[in-house]
Design a protein around this ligand. Structure first.
Ligand code: HEM
Length: 404
């Protein structure tokens, strides 16, 4: 679907809409057009079901900050991007990301200490060591590699395994399942099988921690005694998937975006103290949760002058919100010295990303380490040949051949 219907006729926009050829970092033109012309706009999903797109920064914050919009996927009207994602979210018992308060808050509180800025900042030396080891291995006797498999994916995967107490040796198993769960092309049956296998794996892991505890999150959740093994497994599965697919894709896509914007790359190389601002800007510019954040209205609510009736689904397109000129002037350009802190790449409101302090530390270290260790870093294939993840719930690249 191109979704260009909105350009002339104000009919519903087919969503997700395609990005423009040759502009893989920019949101789909039809949705960006909606942001300018009709910021709260009707859309139609894959199965013909209707939903609303909320495309501007302020309106997105209004929706995500309002408890009248529910995150519970079991409510009628909740918008799903594919049959597979509907299967994933409705077939298995839900995790905290798809619950409302007070139950959501009760579960989230059990994890806040683990992801506090202070706790995560203390992990910097360990994350730095892992990053340097990966670069050592990647560059040993070679001048080219795939950045995704050799650096971008293993780094956050090693870190989240360590944090959770999941054996990294099993990464082929859970990375393959998680790929099926996040693919927009997976059939519902495939999603169900992968989801069940991942769940069973985490139930067995939780049970094993009762007899052989370590200092990981799964052990601590078991020891707390407030959750049964299945609830612990649900939380573990959410963290395992969220913990490595996201940062991994941000790392590879950020590297590519910097290589495509040599002046910005040069600026960051000249002044590495810009790394924190640069990472916020990359999060804003790339917004890898590229199809938006779903909610359903539980009452009639007016957003941006448009009434969204109770029971209707809403997709907050955080990628267009992050290009909103009202907040980020010249938002379509990457500018590593911009103050991008108000971006909504981690969402907003009570569900705002729990792992963001960790994601920030990982991304700052990953990008800084690559630039420092690989002064001759370059793309090893024509840009046109880079396989972008148009087919995945989390955007990025499937592989990134680099040389140095
Ligand atoms: C929630 C993005 C990394 C764990 C979210 C949400 C977004 C997001 C947009 C909100 C979803 C919603 O409101 O429905 C990202 C991005 C990341 C990242 C862009 C990396 C660049 C991580 C990491 C972890 C993590 C590293 C964990 C280790 C979570 C959890 C939630 C969440 C548990 C649910 C929070 C809640 O519902 O209260 N993330 N995330 N994320 N993220 Fe992340």
């Amino acid at each position: 679907p191109t979704g260009t219907e909105t350009a002339g006729h104000p009919g519903p926009l087919a969503y997700p809409a395609a990005r423009a050829a040759g502009c893989p970092f920019d949101p789909a033109p039809a949705v960006d057009h909606a942001r300018r012309e009709q910021p709260v706009t009707r859309a139609t999903l894959w199965d013909g079901s209707p939903c609303w797109l909320v495309t501007r920064h302020q309106d997105v914050r209004d929706v995500l900050g309002d408890p009248r919009f529910s995150a519970e996927a079991t409510r009628p009207g909740f918008p799903f991007l594919t049959a597979g994602l509907r299967e994933l979210i409705t077939s298995t018992s839900s995790s905290l990301i798809r619950m409302d308060d007070p139950e959501h808050a009760r579960l989230r509180r059990m994890l806040t200490a683990d992801f506090m800025v202070k706790k995560v900042e203390a992990m910097r030396p360990d994350v730095q060591r892992l990053a340097d080891d990966l670069v050592d291995r990647m560059t040993d006797g070679r001048t080219s590699a795939d950045l995704v498999t050799e650096f971008a994916l293993p780094l956050p995967s090693l870190v989240i395994c360590l944090l959770l107490g999941v054996p990294y040796e099993d990464h082929d198993f859970f990375q393959e399942r998680s790929r099926v769960l996040l693919s927009l092309r997976s059939a519902p049956e495939e999603v169900r099988t992968s989801s069940d296998e991942l769940f069973d794996y985490l139930v067995r892991l939780a049970e094993s921690k009762q007899h052989e505890p370590d200092d990981g999150i799964v052990s601590r959740l078991v020891a707390r005694g407030e959750l049964d093994f299945e609830e612990v497994a649900n939380m573990g599965r959410l963290l395992l998937i969220a913990g490595h697919e996201t940062t991994a894709n941000m790392t590879a896509l950020s590297t590519l975006a910097l290589l495509r914007n040599p002046a910005q790359l040069a600026k960051l190389r000249e002044d590495p103290s810009l790394i924190k601002e640069a990472v916020e800007e990359l999060l804003r510019y790339l917004t890898i949760v590229h199809n938006g954040v779903s909610r359903v209205a539980t009452e009639d609510v007016t957003i941006g002058g448009q009434t969204i009736p109770a029971g209707e689904g809403v997709l907050c397109t955080i990628n267009t919100a992050n290009r909103d000129d009202a907040v980020f002037p010249g938002g379509d350009t990457l500018d590593v010295s911009r103050d991008a802190r108000r971006h909504v790449a981690f969402g907003f409101g009570v569900h705002q990303c729990l792992g963001q302090p960790l994601a920030r530390v990982e991304l700052q270290i990953a990008v800084e380490t690559l630039l420092r260790r690989l002064p001759g870093l370059r793309l090893d294939v024509p840009f046109e040949d880079v396989p972008f993840r148009h087919d995945m719930a989390i955007y990025g690249v499937h592989s990134l051949p680099i040389a140095w």
